[in-house]
Structure formats: structure tokens, C-alpha cells
Design a protein around this ligand. Sequence first.
Ligand code: NAI
Ligand code: NA
Length: 396
Amino acid sequence: MIIEPRMRGFICTTSHPKGCEQNVKNQIDYINSKGIIEGAKKVLVIGASTGFGLASRITSAFGCNAATIGVFFEKEPSEGKTASPGWYNSAAFEDEAHKVGLYAKSINGDAFSKEIKKQTLELIKADLGQVDLVIYSLASPVRMNPETGILHRSTLKPIGDVFTNKTVDFHSGKVSEISIQPSSGDDIENTVAVMGGEDWMMWIEALKAENLLATGATTVAYSYIGPSLTEAVYRKGTIGRAKDHLEATAFAITDSLKAIDGKAYVSVNKALVTQASSAIPVIPLYISLLYKIMKEEGIHEGCIEQIQRLYQERLYTGNKVPVDEKGRIRVDDLEMRPDVQAKIAQLWAEAVTENLAELGDLEGYRKDFYNLFGFDVDGVDYKIEADEMVNIDSIA
Ligand code: NAI
Ligand code: NA
């Protein structure tokens, strides 16, 4: 069928298999152009189908020649209804991996559940024996705690005071002022329960208990800090508390992996357009200014450039992994450069509806947003009928 983007609020409800495939191929080409990374050999990626997790899977496979198992939660296609983009991404990834003889299998289901953990452990046991790298890259609005049965919902709210600032509707380009009410009730605890480190720890404990982690195994989860402009709603808001918890969990995991000389890291990554970040007020305006400046400076990166750098220049250099004063890996270094942030602060003050297309990279923002769903991808002919019924080799 002919597949077009269909928007509902901030979300696109359709996705294009050919566009998703092209996105994956472009990322693979980028990794191939950068050469071999002596690193991981058997990798589990939790949250492997989009964003940073997909980039991690691609870098592991095509950069390190690693076998990969990917866990994700995606909607499969049905006749006349497209799958979610992560489904098509994973189908394309497996195809490309299998073409060059790389092991790649996927598990589609709720990574927070005991069942999906059990299924994953059994697959590792049967096919890989052990893994030497575990990437934890989940982004979810809800989590059912498998021990208590409680369904937690995360929020994106400031803590303490109402936060008022500028924001942009990136579809219309309209800049307006927005006020976000502070958290109340169990908002903080719930957000920590969803996006904090508890589930990461559960995964590692489960893998360890079954002796599925190789000696010297590494595990990495992703975090964000960002500038003072977005601090009230991000790093000092409810989601920031969850990231604090995630970062603290890295130390707890490293302690629990002493016997096998394992290490857990949090990598602080750059702000990028994803489904999740588009839904956070204020952030899209920040990202559109950030993109503009980083592109002008020739230092713009997407997920794949970020993760390639994480592997080649941080995790697998052959030397000690460089970390900041809080033990975190930083690949947000270019975003946080003082000259970049100073320019954003200046543009932020000036930005209004009439000049934002000029001051910021609204067009780049929109393109990246549509690209997430496989639309507006260069080289794809959208006038040609596309088959929505795409299988993932290892699942179908
Ligand atoms: P994303 O939405 O692109 O990817 C999320 C992944 O988690 C997908 O593979 C999805 O299928 C999977 N997933 C969600 N719920 C699941 C569940 N219940 N069971 C199994 N899989 C599930 O998100 P993105 O942006 O790549 O985020 C990954 C991590 O990177 C998050 O911790 C996020 O906070 C962090 N990060 C994001 C930044 C950004 O600007 N987007 C910046 C820095 C860090
Ligand atoms: Na991801």
C-alpha cells in the first residue's frame, strides 16, 4: 500500500518499512566507514529497536562483529496497518546482519517482565553461552514492577515550583510560553520506578545468577544532563531523579560484579530528536537551537555518531574508560561546550515565532522527527507501494 505519515498530537501513528530500512542501512554504512572496533563479541541490547539502543546494536554488530540479541517492545504489522518503526528497523537490521553472517536474534515483549527476562536468558544460554556487553536503553512511560504487580507511570514535571518558559510546537513553528505544574503525590517515586535503575539491576542479577556474564563483562545505561535552560523540567525534575537513581545503580552493579571483574557505566549522551524527547515541553525549542549551532560548527551528531564514539573513544580504547568526577562516561561533551551553550542562551532570549525558522533548525528537527517513522528519508520513493507485512527473521 501507499503509506503516508498520519499525525495524532505529537505522535505519528504510521511508519514506513522502506524508510526505516534505509535509516538502518545508512547507520550501518556509517559504522562500516569507521572501521573495526576491537570490543564486544556477544552483546545483549535491551531497548534495541530505535534511538540509542538501535545504534548500539548496529555498532556492536558492524563495528565489533559481535553476535547480538535485541530485546524491544514493538507493534507488529497487520494487513493494512503498519508496524511501529522499531519493528521495521529490527527486521532490516537482522536482514543486513544475516547477510554478512552475523548472529542476530530478537525478542519482542515487555523487558520489565519476568517472562521476557527468562526467555532472553534461555536464548543466551542456548546460543551464546555468555555475553560480554549488556546495553540498557529502555525509554518507557510505564513499568509494571514484576515483584509487586504495581503499574508505575513516569511524569516529566518540575519539582517544587511551577516552571514557566518558552516552547515551540515544531509542527506549526509557533513559539509560546508554557507553564508546567510541579510534581505532586507519588510522581517522583513513580518516575524513578519506571526510568531509574531498578530494572537494570534486576536484569544484571538475573544474568549473573545463571552465570551468563563473561569475566570482565561491561554493562552501560544511558543518561542525560543538559543545560541550565532545561534543568527545571529535566535534570532537576522528576525524570532527573530517575537519572540520579540510574547513575547510582551503576555503582551498585559494579559492586555486585566484583567476582567476575565486571563494570557498569552510565554514558551521558547528547539531546536528540526521539519520540520521547518530542513530547517534553521546552526541549524541542532547545534542540532546534542546538542543532543549528552544532551543524554550523560542524560538530552535529545523531545516535549512530554518538554511539560509535562511545565505543571507539570511551569503552574500547584498550585503556581505562575515561569518566567524569561522578564516574560517568561523557559523550555530551560537544553539546555542553561553553561556546555552544553561550550561543544557545543568546538565541533562546531572541527566539519568537517570526524568527525561529531563521534562528533555529526547525527544518532539521522536523526532518529528524519524520525520519524516526521512516518518512522523509532521502532516497526512498514514497509513491511506490510498500509491503507493510514485514517479518523479523528470528521472530517470524
Ligand atoms: P527510544 O524511544 O528511541 O528507544 C526506546 C527503546 O526501548 C525501544 O527499543 C523500545 O522498543 C524499547 N522499550 C520501551 N519500553 C519497553 C518495554 N517495556 N520492554 C521492552 N522494550 C521496551 O529512546 P531513546 O531516546 O533511544 O532512549 C534510550 C535511553 O537514552 C533512555 O534512557 C533515554 O533517557 C536516554 N537518552 C536519550 C536522549 C535523547 O535526547 N533522546 C539523550 C540522552 C539519553
Ligand atoms: Na533505544
